[in-house]
Ligand binder design. Structure first.
Ligand SMILES: CC(C)(COP(=O)(O)OP(=O)(O)OC[C@H]1O[C@@H](n2cnc3c(N)ncnc32)[C@H](O)[C@@H]1OP(=O)(O)O)[C@@H](O)C(=O)NCCC(=O)NCCS
Length: 261
């Protein structure tokens, strides 16, 4: 299972959804899409992601923006479902692979999305950027109240624990369930945290229960549970194991800790 990492491409949109729906099936995802993900939701999600890939990516360590990487299995052909776009998707020319590219494509098995803020900002700048970003554009079938409440809780935590300082933020780390606990998440973490180390900045994330031990081994320290009551916005979540998110900070230059020794 030789795993390699490359930047996310527009043709990865279906793989991204496949990985998210597998990795987060026991997480918040079923509550964000309480009726499942319709074709309209898929088109919306693809559109938002494509927009991000075109307009919000950071291309150097000195530029603020997103960095997104996939891990792929060089021994395994791409999952055929990763070539399937919704009927109503209007950007196929930008996102579909040629037959030759499909033949050579490898299976995407994990995804990491980071946000890089390489320099300190004033509160005024932060507020201005948030205002320019505007409110979340929800998919038609999404539980918008849940997404907005989670965004708000994340903003409060980030302000408290990062403040005005530069940071690298791990927005999402998700691994195909069939590939979990085989080192793929670690590879993606090594790859992303190298950016923080080159920039000499701290890293930040909100950990699920599944991710927390791994992050701790990478030098992330617990701060506090994010103040976010999922059940208030998704009553059906009352029957789940608690949805808790530990805010974790990895100080600049922190080293990997071998807690298994
Ligand atoms: C959390 C998650 C990203 C971790 O990814 P992963 O690929 O399973 O991570 P790794 O395999 O690198 O490491 C996971 C564990 O497996 C162990 N491991 C790694 N390679 C292994 C191998 N070959 N054999 C056995 N165990 C192995 C690691 O030591 C690690 O142990 P730890 O959790 O006690 O530290 C993944 O499980 C996932 O997608 N979960 C669902 C979504 C989620 O919660 N994402 C995190 C959001 S914050």
């Amino acid at each position: 299972m030789p795993i390699q990492i490359r930047q996310v491409r527009p043709s990865d949109l279906p793989a991204r959804e496949r990985i998210f729906s597998g990795a987060f099936s026991a997480g918040l995802r079923p509550h964000i899409y309480p009726n499942g993900m319709s074709e309209a939701d898929l088109v919306h999600s693809f559109g938002e992601t494509l927009n991000g890939l075109k307009n919000k990516m950071s291309t150097s360590d000195s530029q603020a923006g997103q960095r997104a990487f996939v891990a792929f299995d060089t021994d395994t052909p791409a999952d055929p479902s990763d070539f399937v776009f919704p009927e109503a998707w209007e950007h196929k020319a930008e996102t579909e692979l040629s037959e030759e590219e499909k033949k050579n494509a490898k299976k995407v098995v994990g995804l990491a999305i980071w946000a890089l803020q390489p320099s300190a900002r004033t509160q005024k700048q932060i507020d201005k950027e948030a205002a320019e970003e505007g409110p979340h554009n929800h998919a038609p079938g999404a539980n918008g109240a849940l997404v907005d409440a989670m965004d708000a809780a994340m903003t409060v935590s980030k302000k408290k624990h990062i403040g005005l300082e530069p940071y690298l933020y791990l927005k999402v780390l998700a691994i195909d369930p069939a590939y979990q606990r085989r080192g793929v998440g670690s590879l993606l973490l090594d790859h992303g945290l190298a950016i923080a180390d080159r920039c000499g900045i701290q890293a930040y994330l909100e950990a699920t229960k599944a991710g927390r031990p791994l992050y701790a081994r990478y030098g992330f320290e617990d701060r506090e549970y994010m103040d976010f009551d999922v059940v208030k916005y998704a009553p059906a979540a009352k029957d789940d194991p608690p949805h808790e998110f530990m805010v974790m900070v990895r100080p600049a230059g922190a080293k990997k800790i071998n807690t298994k020794a």
